[in-house]
Design a protein around this ligand. Structure first.
Ligand code: IPM
Ligand code: MN
Length: 351
């Protein structure tokens, strides 16, 4: 029987509650589909930081490299300086493990109330491929004359041909596998005339290898408008790190909110270690109230199984999640008509 060693990071705030449901569903799936999940818990995040002052040590990072995948709920807490755990754990893992794709599906499940008046599950079904290791997230920049009246802050967007090309090639392959076979590059070629000029040239070059995939381009501001007004134009989107961060929050709302939005930080190369997480944060004010929607974390688990090579189990979980999502009275905090644990139970029953 195939065994997958998974590093599990329950995280902070409501993280452990949604992770419990995610693990519950994985346990049900392994029985049904005949594989074995070997989880190892890591107390990365607020708990460890409080105890030891440590965020993510090089030794822990090395240890994480030995797993088949990482399953994370959410990190961060108002008890700590803002951004520390996000930057020193989450972003550090994405960079150090070279998880160069951030894959964020945006699919409204049938029966889930849409925030858009005339757009339902037929219209809202696309995937965003966000470059995950470069751009404005690369940390290039600095202060000049800090603390003086002449202070300058620089934050430089880093765009390498290699980084762009591997991301765009992944996006074309994904677009080819989807029924509509349409890929939009989202950028800002009219203003970011260096960065997106390179993106555009690489997009056209790589696109020649995929004559069956329809190519299109939208400026990011227009994309925000289309996502609300005509989401059906999108099938697959590829974009840089910062734009991808922003538009996938719109994507989260389009599919019913952060209670269902899931993502994968992928290193698709041989031997690469990928990390799967809900898009939402720790929502610390709701800790231990059993009111948080675990479906996003459960879906992230399904994406992990798909990536590990268990597509049937992934598909079954996805279908069970879709059914439960469509039946719940709402998907937001405290709106599910039942507790966090019961939502997990219903997905298990659906399996
Ligand atoms: C996300 C988050 C992170 C990001 C933060 C927490 C650093 O917003 O995963 O989208 O900006 O990538
Ligand atoms: Mn974000």
């Amino acid at each position: 029987m195939k065994t997958y060693r998974i590093a599990v990071l329950p995280g902070d705030g409501t993280g452990p509650e949604v992770m419990r449901e995610g693990m519950k569903v994985l346990a049900a799936a392994e029985k049904k589909f005949g594989f074995n999940i070997e989880p190892a818990a890591f107390d990365l995040g607020g708990v460890r930081y409080k105890r030891t002052g440590e965020t993510l040590s090089d030794a822990t990072l090395e240890e994480l490299r030995g797993y088949d995948a990482i399953y994370l709920s959410a990190l961060g807490s108002p008890d700590f300086p803002p951004g520390v755990l996000e930057r020193d754990v989450l972003l550090k893992m994405r960079f150090a493990l070279d998880q160069y794709i951030n894959l964020r599906p945006c699919k409204l499940y049938p029966g889930v109330k849409s925030v858009l008046a005339n757009k339902g599950d037929k219209e809202i079904d696309f995937v965003v491929v966000r470059e995950n290791t470069e751009g404005l997230y690369a940390g290039a920049g600095g202060f000049f004359k800090q603390g003086t009246a002449d202070e300058v802050a620089l934050q430089t967007s880093v765009n390498t041909r290699k980084g762009i090309e591997r991301c765009i090639r992944f996006a074309f392959k994904l677009a080819r596998s989807r029924p509509r076979k349409r890929l939009h590059l989202v950028g800002k070629t009219n203003v970011l005339t260096y960065a997106f000029n390179l993106w555009e040239r690489v997009f056209e070059q790589v696109g020649e290898e995929f004559p069956d995939v329809e190519r299109a381009y939208h400026h990011v501001d227009a994309c925000c408008m289309y996502m609300i007004d005509q989401p059906e134009v999108y099938d697959t989107i590829v974009t840089d790190n910062m734009f991808g961060d922003i538009i996938t929050d719109i994507g989260g709302i389009l599919q019913g909110g952060l209670g269902v939005a899931a993502s994968g930080n992928l290193n698709p190369d041989p031997g690469g270690v990928s990390m799967f997480e809900p898009v939402g944060g720790t929502a610390p004010q709701f800790t231990d109230q059993n009111v948080i929607n675990p479906l996003a974390c459960i879906r992230a688990g399904a994406m992990m199984l798909e990536h590990l090579g268990e597509p049937d189990a992934a598909q079954a979980i996805e279908e069970a999640v879709a059914k439960v999502a469509g039946e719940l009275p709402g998907l937001g905090v405290g709106k599910m008509g039942c507790g966090t644990d019961e939502v997990g139970d219903r997905v298990v029953a659906g399996l």
